[in-house]
Design a protein around this ligand. Structure first.
Ligand code: ZN
Length: 378
């Protein structure tokens, strides 16, 4: 089936989007609004940043750290770490070892933390537990099989924030290079512990998951009470190209070739699983953001997406490695890849409850409640 492609970015109808009369997609339109509202504004953002940093320092007096930054070894979190230190913040860097990180990513983190003299806490996930949960996801047929890792990252950061009584969590998420783009619409949120348990109940092998840090429903959807999340990169002009240049020059930091490619499992999930089973290529969304950020032309993005996300031999190596580690027979995996996708609604979830709350309270009501109980600004 021929896909309609946006005339401004390279998003197409493999995702649930619409187009205006000029053929510009709804993601572009939404992105424009978000950039104008919350993105970097010269002259204004600098003042806001100064105020924000002063507030972080003031409210963190007497504590060991001003903020926590989760570092994946990827470019956004690494650049944010660099900027936070430059602005004089006392940072606790938290890295999560889920068993899949590329050596290059780990090396990037070590180099930076040493050079910047930053305390690094590595949260090591119990591998047998991680393996069972990820194995169940691989067998489930849903779109977002990276939930066990994403949920873990969030839970680990929250655990550290509680442990060290830190009031601020700085996020590498940013409007400049990630835009307003929502994840692939078939993907279920990473927040939903009930969905995870339901998938595990059906496809797991019955081992206990008590060593996995499931988020409570409150923490998952509302955040930690008294802890503020800040997307620091939104206060400054940010470009991925420039960040890579600065990090390489200053720290000998190395680029690993694609968004979220610092993790071997995620690289395979995005580049092979979603493409083969869902016909969806996440690079469309990633490259489209770079077009909107003026870092790439539409022609360059089209040329790049025509190439494989990474070499096919490496994809096959990753597949064999993942299947062996998760004890899945190659024939069974081929059957799963060829089978129709499983809808998220095939499993029990918190989503229905949240939808109900939204219906009863409305978005404004939910925000009001959130503001009343929490001081979440993200
Ligand atoms: Zn577009």
């Amino acid at each position: 089936m021929a896909q309609q492609v946006c005339t401004r970015c390279i998003m197409d109808t493999t995702d649930s989007i619409t187009f205006d009369a000029n053929g510009v997609c709804s993601v572009c339109a939404h992105d424009d609004e978000v950039r104008a509202l919350r993105g970097y504004r010269p002259g204004v953002s600098e003042k806001e940043l100064e105020k924000t940093i002063a507030a972080i320092r003031e409210n963190s007096r007497g504590r060991d750290y001003d903020c926590i930054i989760g570092v994946s070894g990827g470019v956004d979190s690494a650049y944010m770490l660099y900027k936070a230190i430059e602005m004089g913040l006392r940072v606790l860097a938290v890295h999560v070892d889920s068993g899949w990180n590329l050596e290059m990513a780990e090396e990037n983190i070590r180099k930076m933390c040493t050079a910047l003299n930053v305390k690094l806490h590595t949260y090591v996930m119990d591998w047998p537990t991680m393996k069972e949960l990820q194995r169940a996801y691989m067998l489930s047929g849903v779109a977002n099989i990276d939930v066990p890792q994403d949920h873990l990252y969030c839970a680990a950061i929250y655990e550290m924030a509680r442990k060290y009584n830190v009031k601020y969590i700085l996020n590498g998420s940013n409007i400049a290079t990630e835009g307003a783009s929502a994840p692939f619409s078939a993907q279920h949120t990473y927040r939903d512990a009930w969905h995870m348990k339901s998938i595990y109940k059906k496809h797991g092998r019955g081992f206990s998951l008590k060593k996995y840090p499931f988020l409570s429903i409150r923490d998952a959807w509302l955040g930690l009470p008294g802890v503020t999340k800040i997307n620091l990169l939104d206060f400054m002009p940010y470009s991925k190209t420039e960040a890579i240049r600065v990090l390489s020059e200053k720290f000998g930091w190395q680029y690993y070739g694609g968004k979220h490619f610092e993790c071997r499992f995620t690289r395979y999930f995005q580049s092979v699983y979603l493409v083969k089973k869902f016909g969806y290529d996440k690079r469309r969304s990633h490259l489209s953001c770079l077009i909107r950020n003026g870092e790439m032309t539409r022609e360059e993005a089209l040329a790049e997406i025509a190439l494989p996300p990474y070499p096919v031999e490496q994809q096959q190596e990753d597949e064999a490695y993942i299947l062996e580690r998760l004890e899945i027979a190659p024939e069974e995996w081929q059957r799963i890849l060829a089978a129709p996708p499983t809808p998220n609604s095939a499993y029990f979830s918190q989503q229905k409850l949240i939808d109900l709350a939204m219906t009863v309270l409305g978005k404004a009501g939910m925000d009001k409640m959130k503001k009343k109980i929490y001081s979440v600004k993200s």
